[in-house]
Design a protein around this ligand. Sequence first.
Ligand code: NAD
Ligand code: WQD
Length: 343
Amino acid sequence: MKLLVTGGAGYIGSHTTAFLAEAGHDVAVLDNLSRTNRSVLAGLADILGRSVPFFQTDVRDAKGLDRVFEGRGFDAVLHFAALKAVGESVHRPAAFYDNNVAGTVSLLEAMDRHGCDSIVFSSSCTVYGEPDTLPVTEESPIKPATSPYGATKQMCERILADVAATGRVRSISLRYFNPIGAHPSGKIGELLVDGPSNLVPYLARAAAGATGPVPVFGTDYPTPDGTAIRDYIDIMDLAEAHGAALGRLVSRVGASSEAINVGTGTGRSVFEVIAAFEHATGVSVPTNHVARRSGDVPAVWADPAVAESLLGWRTKRTLEQSLRTVWQWQTRTTPAAQPSDAP
Ligand code: NAD
Ligand code: WQD
């Protein structure tokens, strides 16, 4: 397939590009480089042995999109381009609505102008808010968004459903849980342009001595060990889910607009993740127990049954395998890090 990956120089987009290009698809990347840099494109070229066509364009730039789409006959778009930091969205809501919602509308209009009718959209488990029951299924209620970021994902899903109802576009919104890990080659991983805020990159940095201790946000949750529970999914498992979604879209199976959970089906506490990291790498992680982080829910993990039945996809990598790739990526950027005598 001829594919356009927006946000393809970002974390999830670059790993998905690597997977799809290695699977034989003809992939082009579009990114405005606002949250990444060209080193990712160099890493991709290293993995693939050739460079990937790249367009430095903003998805809100209609003329720029016309130049990208013109004559290229894309069969589908994978739309990753968005701002994603929940905290930042609270301080810059208008920028998030403009980038994420107006950007998606602009992209859909360009697809319409150029006869491209299939899109895979990066949605998030954040649409479920604090779920009433676990695991979360696609039937779980969509809760009022607690952040502008979460609202942009809900709005984009709604826009995609409305556009699909015209019969002109088919879409699959993949609701990612917590992506972690890096490409097994060690050549691409998660760039932390604004410093780490998510748990796993933070603990890798702390283990490498590049930051202070990891703040463990809350040890008084109603969970077995008191720390919050999430569903951590390996980045290459996630990349593979996009291949499966594309297959379903272009073979025109199912409804014209679908939303599918992409997770492992297993919840892990913060303490479990830290212990798994130490076990997988032999490196100890300094921690500091602090108060809960505002806005965090106690527990959320996916029921991946729909993904398995509709996409024929399920995760393959273990948490420890993922954490080893995180450490491999981390030690490339901080070569001084050494294993200690941790368990
Ligand atoms: P990322 O920041 O690494 O990648 C996003 C990329 O999009 C960046 O390279 C950025 O430069 C680009 N971009 C942003 N706005 C753009 C615009 N207007 N035009 C063109 N390019 C633009 O983030 P990521 O973790 O790879 O996330 C990818 C997608 O997955 C996002 O839509 C995000 O909301 C969603 N998502 C991420 C997570 C997560 O935990 N990482 C979880 C659920 C959903
Ligand atoms: C995981 C757990 C923290 C950092 C975010 C977005 C969500 C989705 C995925 C985009 C929580 C705890 C964290 C730290 C900690 N993204 N933690 N110390 O918040 O589950 O999800 O990414 O759609 O919308 O909110 O991920 O990695 O930040 O936190 O104790 O330094 O680790 O409290 O329980 P989160 P996270």
